[in-house]
Design a protein around this ligand. Structure first.
Ligand code: FES
Length: 238
């Protein structure tokens, strides 16, 4: 007769391979990680983590992020500096002072004798020389038009036209009213911007003027230093 206690004890070792098999199966579960723990004589505990889903983003270290950020910022700053330099060296479509400014039509000047246009965008006086103004401004042609920079060449005050102000013209000894008179120190200029009195060292500067189809445009980037030949710079409307 076989010993009963001996027969019952024999199957016990077979449980260990089973637990090991469960652990092995769990570890090899496709697409996921598994944790397994088994103690002697204890059932295996298996935890299976779900497989990651969606787009897998590679891990980037903080150091790498900081380096990329630094050089990105440096690149953006350099690009901004270069762009600004190119824009300042090659200005395009500049309007307002420093560029071309439409200052009105010729008929504005012919609509009333002695009419003048003061354009603040161009900082210019637009003057038509006619009649006695041609006589007083040697070199001018009847009906010619000149663009004067309204900035006094002494210390830069804006020079207004003073139709009521009368003084002697040292060029011909006549006394008459109507002068450009600087309010700061009294420099006085003729209709054509010729200096006749005051501390200003020269006549008013002039702008390039273009007249096309009766429309007048001043190029404020093209300034010619004023002198007594200002009247000869006046152009005919054409
Ligand atoms: S600023 Fe015009 S006279 Fe001095």
């Amino acid at each position: 007769m076989p010993d009963e206690s001996t027969e019952e004890a024999k199957p016990a070792p077979a449980k260990a391979p089973k637990a090991a098999a469960e652990t092995a199966v769990a570890k090899a579960a496709p697409g996921g990680a598994a944790l397994a723990a088994a103690g002697a004589g204890m059932p295996a505990v298996v935890v299976v983590q779900p497989a990651p889903t969606g787009i897998q983003v590679p891990k980037v270290s903080r150091r790498k992020v900081m380096i990329i950020g630094f050089w990105g910022a440096m690149g953006a700053m350099l690009l901004g500096i270069v762009t600004t330099m190119i824009n300042s060296l090659y200005p395009r479509n500049v309007s307002g002072f420093g560029g071309t400014v439409f200052v009105g039509t010729v008929d504005l000047l012919t609509s009333a004798p002695g009419q003048k246009i003061h354009n603040l965008d161009a900082k210019a006086w637009i003057v038509m020389l006619t009649g006695d103004k041609v006589q007083r401004n040697k070199g001018a042609q009847e009906g010619s038009i000149i663009a004067l920079y309204h900035k006094c060449v002494h210390l830069g005050c804006t020079v207004p036209w003073r139709p009521d102000f009368s003084r002697e013209d040292p060029r011909n000894g006549e006394t008459y009213a109507g002068w450009f008179l600087c309010p700061c120190h009294g420099s006085t200029y003729s209709d054509a911007g010729v200096r006749v009195f005051g501390p200003a060292p020269r006549s008013l500067d002039t702008f390039e003027l273009v007249i096309k189809d009766g429309k007048m445009t001043v190029n404020t980037s093209k300034i010619t230093t004023g002198n007594p030949d200002n009247p000869s710079r006046a152009i005919l409307p054409g």
